[in-house]
Design a protein around this ligand. Structure first.
Ligand code: SF4
Length: 208
């Protein structure tokens, strides 16, 4: 049997929201930034083409998941439908699991980054740069992987990096009167959360 229409099973939305492309920029008038997450360069992300976690060669903006999970924040599980259907991004409009040509083509389109949504030289951009320079994902991943190889506990250098990042984010969130997760479009997820796929031990920073 050949499937010719979408069965609306919801599996694609359960697996995660779409990455945003240049073609989606206009949709940001309808999609609030609190519903977007930046996946920073070097972060481990699920690659549907290889069905595995891979470090991102470039940063991505993505519709965020519910809480710390990845099920798209706009997915309505009971109705198996999308709460922003009229404004759904390019990848969602292109995805048909019985014929993946269109989604592969969409995924190859230029993606949005923070440079496309935040004015360079603004106060927010300065904070983003400070965060990037002080709390590199690549450095944190390198430290975490070295520990994984030695099966050791979280080393003091990585612990210090994670704690300083939590402090940075907390101060910033208090200053602007927002919750940390509402700023994920600008600063990505906390380092400890980005490292969680490597070691469940990192969940202890949720309590810090
Ligand atoms: S935006 Fe809508 S269609 Fe796209 S993954 Fe989320 S719920 Fe599904």
């Amino acid at each position: 049997m050949t499937l010719s229409t979408c069965r609306r099973c919801g599996t694609c939305c359960e697996k995660g929201g779409p990455a945003l492309h240049e073609a989606d920029k206009g949709l940001l008038e309808h999609i609030p930034m609190k519903d977007v997450v930046c996946l920073r360069r070097g972060e481990l992300a699920f690659d549907p083409r290889t069905q595995s976690l891979q470090p991102l060669p470039l940063e991505l903006m993505k519709i965020r998941g519910k809480g710390a999970g990845w099920e798209c924040v706009y997915f309505l599980p009971r109705e198996k439908s999308c709460s922003v259907y009229g404004h759904r991004p390019l990848e969602c409009r292109s995805l048909f699991c019985a014929d993946t040509d269109a989604i592969h083509k969409a995924m190859a389109e230029p993606t949005l980054t923070r440079e496309d949504i935040v004015q360079k030289g603004s106060g927010l951009w300065t904070c983003i740069e400070e965060h990037e320079n002080s709390f590199s994902v690549t450095e944190a991943l390198g430290l975490a992987k070295a520990e994984q190889d030695c099966a050791g506990a979280i080393c003091s250098e990585l612990d210090d990096l994670i704690r300083r990042e939590i402090h940075f984010r907390r101060v910033l969130a208090e200053k602007v009167g927002a919750k940390d997760e509402d700023l994920w479009a600008y600063f990505g997820r906390p380092l400890w959360l980005a490292l969680l796929p490597l070691n469940p031990e990192f969940s202890r920073y949720d309590q810090v």
